[in-house]
Each structure stands twice: as structure tokens, then as C-alpha cells.
Design a binder for this molecule. Structure first.
Ligand code: MN
Length: 206
């Protein structure tokens, strides 16, 4: 909820260089401190006197269109994005009930030598690589816990379809251009080492 009518820039739960080499301190600093900050400032400027005053970010995203939707969506998406990371870890794997759901749903897609998680990762990366232009790739769940990978353009979030957003990759160029230039696939593939699966699983279990 907004505090005294204003949304605040989220605080990062790690230091600016914590995600190196997947995401450099410079990219993190611009992405969080400039891009996300601009969305927060834009939304705060739009709220006074509008029908969105006093609503939660999620409720604005569910009901708004135009600039309110775009800026609230980008805040919600980036809050989920930045809070799903931790320092790089070897053999970084999903945990708990989410791990079991990924195994149950993606095992059938695994080819020779692949685990269900490998098959999930490949499908998620492909969705991110093939999304034309700016947007987000999502893992979300429905009320029965069924998982789905989807692409959303621009500020889209599967919360507008009644789904629970779990994991997201930002494929706007500002997320990777300083570190990877045009190599979006290389950036997406580097993100698996920094996913905080405990946090993503919390979103799934609710
Ligand atoms: Mn972004």
C-alpha cells in the first residue's frame, strides 16, 4: 500500500555488487536507482485526484489502463524481479512444493539426459529470447497450483489474468544492455545462478 499517498522505491535485499557476474553493479544501479525510480515518481505524480488514490499496487495493475497501468505494472514487476535474486550459487535449484510442481509438469518435455528442471529452464529461456521488443517472461500459477510460462509485452503481468506471478525475467534492453549489449540469450541464461528459489517458492505456496 502507498505510504501517505506515495509509493516508495523498494530497497534491494542485497548489496549492489552481490549479483556479479550475472548482473553488474552498474546495471543494477541504473536499473533500480534510475529506471525503477522513474516509474515510482511517475506513478506518484499520477495518483493525486485519480480513481487509483489509496489502492494497492496490485489493485491499480488489475484495474488501470494507460499511464497508471504502465507505471504501476513496471513497479510491481520490478519489485518481484529484484526481490527474487541472491548472490550466485552453484547448482542453484528450485525447492519445496514448487520444485515438485516443476518436476510434475515439465518432466514430459525433458529430452535425453535432461532433468525436468532443465526442460523448464529451456522453455523459459526460449520464451524470453523469442519475445519481440520489450516485456517480461513469467512463471505463474493458477488457483489449483498449475504452472504456466507466458510472455507479456511492455508492463504486463499475469496478475491481470487472475494468476499468481512467481518468477520473472525482464527482457527490456535496460536490464542487460550495459553488460551483454544485444546478447539477450546470454543474459537470460546467466540469471539461473542468482534465482532465490526460497523466495519464489514462498510466492507459490502463498
Ligand atoms: Mn526493467
Amino acid at each position: 500500500m502507498p505510504i501517505e499517498g506515495k509509493f516508495l522505491l523498494m530497497e534491494l535485499p542485497y548489496s549492489p555488487d552481490a549479483l556479479v557476474p550475472a548482473i553488474s553493479a552498474e546495471t543494477l544501479s541504473f536499473h533500480h536507482g534510475k529506471h525503477l525510480e522513474a516509474y515510482v515518481n511517475n506513478l506518484n505524480a499520477l495518483l493525486p485526484g485519480s480513481r487509483y488514490e489509496g489502492l494497492s499496487l496490485e489493485d491499480i495493475v488489475r484495474t488501470a489502463d494507460g499511464g497508471a497501468f504502465n507505471n504501476a505494472g513496471q513497479i510491481l514487476n520490478h519489485n518481484l524481479y529484484f526481490s527474487q535474486f541472491h548472490a550466485p550459487q552453484e547448482n542453484n535449484q528450485p525447492v519445496g512444493r514448487l520444485a515438485a510442481a516443476i518436476t510434475a509438469q515439465f518432466a514430459a518435455m525433458a529430452t535425453d539426459g535432461q532433468s525436468a528442471f532443465d526442460a523448464f529452464r529451456a522453455a523459459f529461456e526460449k520464451a524470453g529470447t523469442s519475445l519481440f521488443g520489450s516485456g517480461w517472461v513469467w512463471l505463474s500459477s493458477d488457483a489449483d497450483g498449475q504452472l504456466e510460462i507466458s510472455q507479456e509485452p511492455n508492463a504486463g503481468n499475469p496478475i491481470t489474468l487472475g494468476r499468481t506471478p512467481l518468477l520473472t525475467f525482464d527482457v527490456w534492453e535496460h536490464a542487460y544492455y550495459l553488460d551483454y549489449q544485444n546478447r539477450r540469450p546470454a543474459h537470460l541464461s546467466a540469471l539461473w545462478s542468482i534465482i532465490n528459489w526460497e523466495e519464489v517458492e514462498r510466492r507459490y505456496v502463498g
